[in-house]
Design a protein around this ligand. Structure first.
Ligand SMILES: CSC[C@@H](O)[C@@H](O)C(=O)COP(=O)(O)O
Length: 380
């Protein structure tokens, strides 16, 4: 496969923000991504003309967050089909790009299944490619709708748990419009609370080492005019102790059948803190993030990333240039433990909010029941 991508600046008008779109250019279709590695400094588009370019964008986190990974993976298969590449090979490359977010494999397999179903019915290459694109678009639309419904269910749950008050909400990583076909997962709940005039403050964990909180959530909060404050991850404990957190809202990359949740590293310590301080710990994720095929959270594969992400920082203050382009802030060759995610067991989770409803001791609804309600397309 040819490997070609290009970068073009986009306008700075906030309403022009477009996270991911399919474009038909004279030379063929492309997938255009907002390059999240360049935010908040620049809104720059990354144009993927083929699957290797998209795989690279996924690995470098130019496109990221569980629901958006599913959407991007789905469009990636459609791109391969439209450009006449081997769809099975493309699907394998895309699915293998990152291991933890279940949505990536879901989006890839769902669109590939639509392609093969059309081909089996005797459709030619162009028609089968059109079927793949239609499925990717359907997934994209469904995710936008799921966002809205999660925001509705999430705000109703907050009202139930903490009636009649304004909220100080703590969040981790980035779960807004940048990860979704709509306004996101956990962030969408906070945004709805803000629009109701009930958000006293959104506490935004910076989210080491790649700073999705500082770079992306703070960016989204500012764009939406929300009252927010940024904190280092390690400052969360003192915030709980001071009674300044009413609820924690986070997203998920994979929810196992036992109700445990894999999410950005640093989520589990927040859950422990929340339990100790009797603060609700709420996970917000679409049913596409539920993986009933993984029985226990301990079986979830947690992506291990490069040590350079820890030994080097890209902000000023380092002492020398590192191979990863940042400033080296650790002794040369320092061994590093850098898991991208951690797993929070279900006993630390107050509720899981999905587009189909809420799982919690309050509602008495369980994961299996919720997934049965879901209109999610079943794929093998
Ligand atoms: C709705 S997004 C939920 C998760 O995908 C999000 O919290 C997260 O952990 C993203 O991790 P990332 O490594 O930035 O892709």
């Amino acid at each position: 496969m040819a490997d070609q991508d290009a970068q073009t600046p986009v306008g700075s008008e906030p309403s022009a923000l477009s996270v991911l779109r399919w474009d038909e250019l004279p030379e063929g279709p492309v997938l255009v991504l907002l390059d999240q590695t360049r935010l908040p400094a620049e809104e720059v588009e990354l144009v993927c003309t083929d699957v290797p370019a998209l795989v690279r964008a996924i690995r470098t986190l130019a496109v990221r967050g569980a629901p958006l990974l599913g959407i991007a993976g789905g469009y990636g298969v459609a791109l391969a089909a439209a450009r006449g590449y081997d769809v099975a090979e493309a699907a394998g490359l895309l699915e293998g790009a990152r291991p933890t977010a279940v949505n990536l494999g879901y989006g890839v397999r769902r669109v590939a299944t639509a392609y093969w179903a059309a081909a089996e019915k005797g459709a030619g290459g162009t028609e089968a490619a059109a079927a793949a694109l239609a499925e990717a678009r359907a997934l994209h639309r469904e995710d936008a709708r799921a966002s809205e419904r999660m925001a509705e269910h999430g705000t109703a749950l907050l009202e139930e748990l903490l009636p009649g008050q304004g909220y100080q909400l703590l969040t981790h990583c980035n779960t807004g419009a940048l990860v979704s076909g709509g306004e996101g997962t956990a962030f969408a709940v906070a945004l709805r609370v803000h629009r109701q005039g009930r958000l006293r403050r959104l506490w935004v964990d910076e989210t080491r080492p790649l700073l999705q909180g500082a770079r992306l959530t703070a960016y989204e909060a500012a764009r939406n005019g929300m009252a927010y404050s940024l904190l280092t991850d390690s400052a969360a404990g003192s915030l709980f102790a001071a009674g300044e957190v009413d609820a924690v809202l986070i997203g998920a990359d994979r929810i196992a059948a036992d109700g445990s949740v894999a999410n950005k590293v640093g989520s589990y310590p927040l859950a422990v803190l929340a339990k100790y301080h009797h603060v609700p710990f709420i996970v917000v994720a679409p049913t596409t993030t539920v993986d009933m095929g993984t029985a226990e959270g301990t079986s979830i594969i947690v992506e291990q990333r490069s040590g350079q992400e820890v030994t080097e920082v890209t902000s000023p203050g380092g002492v020398s240039e590192g191979a990863g382009g940042g400033k080296v802030v650790a002794p040369l060759g320092a061994p590093v433990y850098n898991p991208a995610f951690d797993v929070t067991p279900s006993e630390l989770i107050t509720a899981i909010v999905t587009e189909e409803g809420v799982i919690s001791p309050v509602t008495g609804v369980g994961l299996a029941e919720l997934c049965a309600r879901s209109s999610q397309v079943t794929i093998s």
